[in-house]
Design a protein around this ligand. Structure first.
Ligand SMILES: Nc1ncnc2c1ncn2[C@@H]1O[C@H](COP(=O)(O)OP(=O)(O)OP(=O)(O)O)[C@@H](O)[C@H]1O
Ligand SMILES: [Mg+2]
Length: 464
């Protein structure tokens, strides 16, 4: 039995004949879906990319364009290009069977011959809606459920990573400070986020401070804020990150880079859970959990006196050591497939696979830049791959030690353009998704006008 159409469904009727449009609107007026009407291809495409109707009833015999283009076919092709899952029912004249079959060949869902019988058309449209909803439901069901190897976005099932996941769960119920150690690009920030998300503070803020990126004098104000007039240029009172992190987690990234005077101040803050803004006298109390991270050998810094031992004991309630990627066995392949799926989809190349040679070279490679390097290399390879398979040369793994003075390989203008397009597409797609498809909101978030956003959506063929 066909499902009942439901509110929220929309169908688009495209016909240059006003009487037919009216007739169809009248004939379907009792149905719960929204009926959109268009009299020509341009209007139809505009409405289509604005409302994304599930079903379209399209008059294939729209008058041809000035340059002789068959507008009905143009409209059909464009719609299916924009939304391959849309169900387009083409409506043709009695003598146009050949056209109708051509349209089916081009991807139309069904055809219907004039003269119109509204009862029949209603059945066809409802069936198309039904099929569309079944397909969506199917896709939803077959989307792999989050695997146990992919919690908090952490991919991997090597023993070391499973143990780290266990640690995250173990410390979730406590406020123990967590100290994350690992080479650059091993996923320290990702783990910090997971520690926060798993904890009782997940509804509170996660505030990150990069202790290495901010010069010492500014760092104090960054962390603790300042009062108006505290120093030249302090025109108003500013709250620091410690204050923003209240009831949440404060992530002190690259903590080994903390200058000595800030180490003292941080230690005091961690002991007392309170601080004063720069230039202020009031003690401000906050309720925070501290997670810190470094890729440096802190033991050596303690030994040579550049990192305070007492501070070290304050931050390392629990240590999480992230192994380098080359020590994670089959995680490399799992992560490679994870990134390939992501970037392949984003680039409109979902069918891309690795060749056996590429898999082999990934296994043999040392991955000095760890997961970040793997992610970057795959995002590039997806762009470079010309066929359906990623070959070793697309991945361009550096062989052996780089030559002295060897910088990053220069990107060609073409690659750069493609990379930009990819970033743009990714950004538009994720923003629209985060705004639940609300175009006005997404346009605002992206800082563009609604028409510009529609153009971007069309350009990148972003349709659910
Ligand atoms: N296990 C993982 N599963 C999925 N993605 C990962 C994993 N580990 C790292 N990544 C991804 O790799 C990239 C680098 O990770 P992240 O920034 O957390 O590393 P990092 O150790 O903080 O690096 P750095 O020392 O350079 O700051 C990010 O895009 C992150 O999402
Ligand atoms: Mg980091």
């Amino acid at each position: 039995m066909t499902r009942q159409a439901k509110l929220g469904d929309a169908i688009l009727v495209v016909d240059d004949n006003e009487d037919i449009r009216k007739q169809i609107r009248w004939g379907l007026s009792k149905e719960p879906y929204e009926i959109l009407l268009a009299s020509d291809a341009d209007e139809a495409l505009r409405l289509f990319s604005r409302k994304w109707p599930q079903v379209v009833a399209l008059d294939l015999g729209l008058p041809p364009n000035e340059d002789g283009t068959q507008e009905g076919f143009r409209c059909l092709r464009k719609m299916l290009e924009l939304a391959p899952r849309a169900k387009v029912v083409v409506i043709t004249g009695k003598a146009d069977r050949k056209w109708a079959l051509q349209a089916i060949d081009a991807g139309a869902y069904d055809f219907y011959e004039k003269p119109l019988d509204l009862g029949e058309l209603r059945v066809i449209i409802n069936r198309a809606l039904h099929v569309h909803s079944l397909e969506s439901e199917n896709r939803r069901r077959h989307k792999a459920p989050p695997s146990p190897n992919e919690q908090y976005g952490i991919v991997g099932n090597s023993p070391a990573m499973l143990q780290i996941l266990q640690t995250i769960v173990k410390v979730a119920g406590s406020d123990l400070p967590v100290f994350i150690l690992g080479e650059s690009g091993t996923g320290k920030e990702l783990i910090a986020r997971a520690v926060h998300m798993a904890s009782m503070r997940a509804n509170g803020p996660l505030v990150a401070v990069n202790c290495g990126a901010i010069p010492g004098a500014l760092l104090e104000s960054e962390l603790f804020g300042h009062e108006r007039g505290a120093f030249t240029g302090a025109h108003s009172q500013v709250r620091g990150k410690a204050e923003y992190a209240d009831r949440g987690t404060l992530f002190l990234d690259e903590i080994a880079e903390l200058p000595p005077e800030m180490q003292v101040k941080l230690l005091r803050f961690l002991q007392e859970k309170s601080f004063q803004r720069v230039g202020g006298r009031k003690d401000i109390h906050v309720d925070i959990r501290v997670v810190s991270a470094t890729n440096r050998d802190l033991a050596r810094r303690i030994a040579d006196g550049t990192f305070r031992e007492d501070l070290y004991y304050r931050i390392n309630g629990v240590i999480i050591r992230l192994p380098p990627l080359r020590e994670r066995g089959s995680d490399t392949e799992m992560l490679a497939n994870h990134f390939l799926e992501h970037f392949g989809k984003a680039a409109g190349k979902p069918e891309l696979r690795f060749s056996p040679g590429t898999l082999e070279s990934m296994r043999a490679y040392r991955w000095p830049g760890n997961v970040r390097e793997l992610e970057n290399k795959i995002s590039r390879a997806v762009i470079m791959a010309s066929g359906k398979v990623i070959e070793p040369e697309d991945l361009a793994l550096d062989a052996g030690t780089p030559d002295p003075g060897d910088g990053p390989s220069p990107l060609s203008a073409n690659t750069l353009r493609e990379a930009r397009e990819l970033v743009e597409k990714d950004l538009v797609e994720s923003t629209v998704r985060q705004c639940d498809g609300n175009i006005s909101k997404a346009a605002k978030t992206l800082g563009v006008s609604r028409p510009t956003l529609y153009d971007l959506i069309r350009k990148h063929r972003l349709v659910s």
